[in-house]
Each structure stands twice: as C-alpha cells, then as structure tokens.
Ligand binder design. Structure first.
Ligand code: KIV
Length: 257
C-alpha cells in the first residue's frame, strides 16, 4: 500500500483527518497546506456546471478538472470520484479507473455504494487501484436526499455495508448525511478511517465542498459551516475594478508598457 495511504489510515484514533474538495489548481495549491486528503468530487456537476444531478458528470470532465488539481497538490492524498455509470461492472470499472489514475496521476478513486459494488471494489483493489468508499446519502443514486439512519433497517444496512467495504479493501469511507450515533457505531466498528460530511464529529475526519465552506456556492444546508463569504469579497473587488475603469483610474502608468 502507498505510504500516503498508510499514513492516512494510521491517523485513525490519533488525529482528525482534514479533507476538502478542489476542482482546480489554484484552490488545490492553497488547500494542500492544510489537508490530508483532497477530493476531486463529482459535486462539481452541481457546483460548477449547474447540473440537476451528479449523474450528468462525464469521465472526461472529471479527468480534466483532476489534471488541473494535480498541478496544485504536493503533499495531500488526491482522490478522484468515479462518475455515475463508469463502474457498472468490474471490467468497465477497471478500465475507467485505470484511465483516471494514469491521466490524472491521482492516488485513489472513490465509488458510491456498499453491497451492490462489493465485487467491483474487490476487483479494483486486487488490481492495485486504491479505493475510497462512500456510504449514507449517495448523490449518484439517492432520490430523497434526506439524512440516513432514522430507520433500523437503514442503520443495519449502513453498518453492514461499511464492514463489507472494509473487507473489500477500501482504505477509508466517506459517510454522507449519516445520523450522529450511527456514524459513531460505524467509526468504532471498522478499522479504517471514516470521513464525515453531515455525519457529526464522531467520524475520524471531515470533508466539505470547498465552494460551500467559503460561501462561493450559494446554498444553505445544515451541515455546511460558511467560514467566510467570499462572494462579498469578490463583489467588492469587481465593483471597485468596474468603477476604476469607468473613472480612468485603472490601468495606471505602472500597469502599462
Ligand atoms: O462529490 C463530492 O464532492 C463528494 C463529497 C461531498 C464527499 O463526494
């Protein structure tokens, strides 16, 4: 197993794992100083492209954004989401995962689901593709987008799936919108790190969509804390620029040749 992945696993029960999404180089360069793991998430479909669902994201789009992100990362573990329909069976999954790994030079891929994709994950791991799992709310297939863990059956399935994913060889699992006490149980029952998003402080680490964290993406959901409102900062800067151009204050001599 790659050193970086082992280091991430070793953080379990020792120190919290810091993760964020990035879709481009300049942002990745900043996040790399603070993150253990940077995910090129297929959330870029809704955040950047206004798609109704992440199902519309193509393999090529993921690869192009990931190539940009790669240029900004020196130390963090880089994970790329495999988009919807690219891992329907073990052969297709392997072909597409190999393409992602070779074209983007990422460290691992992430797939959504449990029991249904057990064999697919096993085959990827057997073929030396490091895999991150994703349980709870699964944006590629979920219909209700409600938090998970209210019903006993749902709780049992998520715990069973987490154990199955560990058995299949994933090195970590994202828990998305999972009720806090269930996130605690899952985190305690498996030996690989859980990374929560809307899944409480009971997980081994946290991930957020960067654009949500800085208030660039205008959404309001319970699990997002907006650490700043970068839209306000951008608005101020662009407004100033616009005034300066109108008033012939920009460019000055020092900006000209
Ligand atoms: O696509 C994404 O950004 C994700 C994270 C929210 C975990 O899967």
């Amino acid at each position: 197993m790659k050193k970086k992945i082992l280091e991430l696993i070793n953080k379990k029960n020792k120190s919290k794992i810091i993760s964020l999404t990035a879709y481009s180089k300049n942002i990745a360069t900043i996040l790399d100083h603070f993150c253990d793991l940077i995910l090129v998430g297929d959330s870029l479909g809704s955040v950047l492209y206004n798609y109704k669902s992440t199902r519309e994201v193509s393999l090529d789009t993921m690869i192009e954004h990931s190539k940009s992100v790669r240029m900004g990362i020196k130390k963090s573990l880089m994970v790329v989401d495999m988009p919807y329909n690219t891992y329907k069976n073990p052969n297709e999954a392997l072909k597409n995962a190999k393409q992602i790994m070779s074209k983007t030079k990422c460290d691992a891929v992430k797939l959504e689901g449990g029991k249904k994709i057990y064999e697919i994950i096993k085959s990827l791991v057997k073929n030396k593709i490091p895999v991150m799992g994703h349980l709870g709310l699964l944006p590629q297939s979920d219909k209700t987008f409600k938090f998970k863990g209210k019903k006993i059956s749902e709780r049992n399935n998520i715990l069973k799936d987490a154990k199955l994913l560990e058995d299949a060889g994933v090195f970590s699992v994202v828990l998305e919108c999972v009720e806090a006490s269930l996130a605690k149980i899952v985190t305690e029952k498996i030996n690989i790190p859980t990374i929560g998003i809307g899944a409480s402080n009971n997980c081994d680490g946290q991930i957020l969509v960067f654009d949500d964290l800085v208030g660039l993406n205008p959404i309001n959901v319970r699990f997002v804390k907006k650490y700043t409102n970068i839209r306000n900062e951008i608005t101020k800067a662009v407004s100033k620029y616009s005034k300066d151009v109108k008033n012939k204050k920009f460019p000055q001599k020092k900006h000209s040749y």
